[in-house]
Design a protein around this ligand. Structure first.
Ligand code: UDP
Length: 480
């Protein structure tokens, strides 16, 4: 199938484009952008991903169509042990900040590479805003990527341009938006200011690559976003469909896929709740305890991913008792699977036994659930997650809320408010106990899953957008 695509691509376009991709070193950014890079490579273009040695090793196996340019990550300067090359290794604000600053040091070798091998276009994560000036100086077209849905980018921009209409206390409606969307509170100011600067630089790029499909964001948000801009949004997703299910991605799974699949095979269809909060969220023990109790009381099967961060490897019984009720594992040995570390998420979501996903609404997880047709119970924590929640609950109706309203600056540390075991139990039951509402949500989830897959098929919206984007970049190359 890939060969056919390649030959067809080469017939249609004169000569392949030479593209450089610069992903940011966090799983939520790296995974989708590398998948998008693969989409271009499968059309016969020369795609080089600039990344660190450990991720290059993963890509060599998972995406052989990509060329790689490897730059060393200065782990020690960031205060991490040698070998750490992903931001998900951070377990507090300070180490995350250090990681980010260390990642900025990669600027020097990357600029050198771009100068020596100027591509036809550079695609960079918005967390690398310095690429903008470099590309301008070298007169190379630049596409930006931020890993958000366009709905979310549009919401962020709206808040930025209407600060007087954003309430300082309590819920408020996003002004002038295509849908009437209420947010629980204003996003924290520090992070917002940082994000706004990045989004401003991004708007100056030649276009924005969006990991979503038009049908999920909605035409109305594309028009809303593009109004008054010269720059276009290119929906090319869902990126996860460019990944081969089962390939290594992000990090090394602590449990084999076979183990997960064989556990899931032993369960009935739609009987398992999958619980995971992505790569950057660490809940305090008290919150994990509520989660354990809520899951147990809901009495459905579950796979619960609990991040294994530093210090937990040789956990004592006493430490464990802080987050896991006495006898929990024994009582739930049939019903539950706890994964301490990285899980093969795509494999799990694709399994027919999974009936719901308790998620932090990271955009990748959200889109992966939509693609797999799995209804969500939403528990946003920070950043874009609150906007994503609105899109999949209020606007598209494929999810229900657990009731999270504390908008945090980071995924670490103590919370003012806990989500109680009652809310978790009720939320799980709402999706898993059957009934009209749950069935309607499941029906819509299936509908969007079908649309997601169609989007990447020949003639689908994302497929056509990729064709148009390639034509646009070819035109720029030939006329600049
Ligand atoms: N992921 C995974 N296994 C895990 C945790 C995360 O495969 O145990 C993947 C997940 O499928 C998604 C990405 O890591 O592609 C996380 O991105 P997301 O935007 O959902 O959340 P973030 O980690 O950025 O908060």
């Amino acid at each position: 199938k890939h060969c056919v695509k390649l030959v067809r691509a080469m017939d249609n376009e004169q000569s392949p484009l030479n593209l450089h991709f610069i992903p940011f070193l966090a799983p939520g950014h790296l995974i989708p952008l590398c998948n998008i890079a693969t989409l271009f490579a499968e059309r016969g273009h020369r795609v080089t991903v600039i990344t660190t040695p450990s991720y290059a090793q993963i890509l060599r196996k998972s995406s052989p169509s990509l060329l790689l340019h490897v730059v060393d990550f200065p782990a020690q300067e960031a205060g991490f042990p040698d070998g750490v090359q992903l931001m998900s290794a951070a377990n507090d604000v300070e180490s995350a900040r250090k990681f980010y600053h260390a990642s900025m040091l990669l600027r020097v070798p990357i600029i050198r590479f771009l100068e020596q091998h100027p591509p036809d276009c550079v695609v960079a994560d918005f967390l690398c805003p310095w690429v903008h000036d470099v590309a301008n100086n070298l007169r190379i077209p630049r596409l930006a990527f931020n890993g958000f849905s366009l709905f979310t980018v549009a919401a962020m921009e709206t808040l930025r341009s209407n600060p007087e209409l954003v309430s300082d206390a309590g819920p408020f409606v996003i002004p002038h938006f295509p849908h009437r969307i209420t947010l629980c509170s204003r996003p924290p100011k520090g992070v917002t200011a940082f994000m706004e600067r990045l989004l401003e630089t991004e708007t100056k790029s030649d276009g924005l690559i969006v990991n979503n499909f038009v049908e999920l964001d909605g035409e109305e948000y594309i028009q809303y976003y593009e109004k008054g801009k010269t720059h276009k949004a290119w929906h090319l997703g869902p990126a996860c469909l460019a990944a081969k299910v089962g390939e290594e991605r992000g990090d090394k799974s602590v449990v084999s896929e076979e183990e997960c699949v064989s556990w899931l095979n032993s369960k009935q269809a739609k009987s398992v709740v999958y619980v995971s909060f992505g790569s950057m969220c660490l809940f305090p023990d008290k919150q994990l305890l509520e989660m354990a109790c809520g899951l147990e009381e809901a009495a459905h099967n579950f796979i619960w991913v609990v991040p294994e961060k530093k210090g937990k490897e040789d956990e004592s019984e006493e430490e464990k008792a802080k987050w896991l009720p006495q006898g929990f594992e024994e009582r739930n040995k049939e019903k539950g699977l706890i994964i301490r570390g990285w899980a093969p998420q795509l494999v799990i979501l694709a399994h027919n036994a999974v009936g719901a996903f308790l998620t932090h609404c990271g955009w990748n997880s959200t889109l992966e659930a939509v693609t797999a047709g799995v209804p969500m119970l939403t528990w946003p924590v920070l950043g874009d997650q609150f906007y994503n929640e609105r899109l999949v609950t209020e606007v598209r109706g494929v999810a229900v809320e657990v009731g999270a309203a504390e908008w945090r600056e980071t995924g670490y540390g103590e919370r003012e408010k806990l989500i109680s075991r009652d809310c978790i139990e009720k939320g799980v039951r709402r999706l898993m106990d059957g009934g009209d509402e749950a069935e309607e949500i499941r029906r819509r989830a299936k509908e969007f899953s079908d649309k997601a897959k169609q989007a990447l098929d020949d003639g689908g919206s994302s497929h056509n957008n990729l064709t148009a984007l390639i034509a646009h970049l070819t035109h720029l190359r030939d006329t600049l």
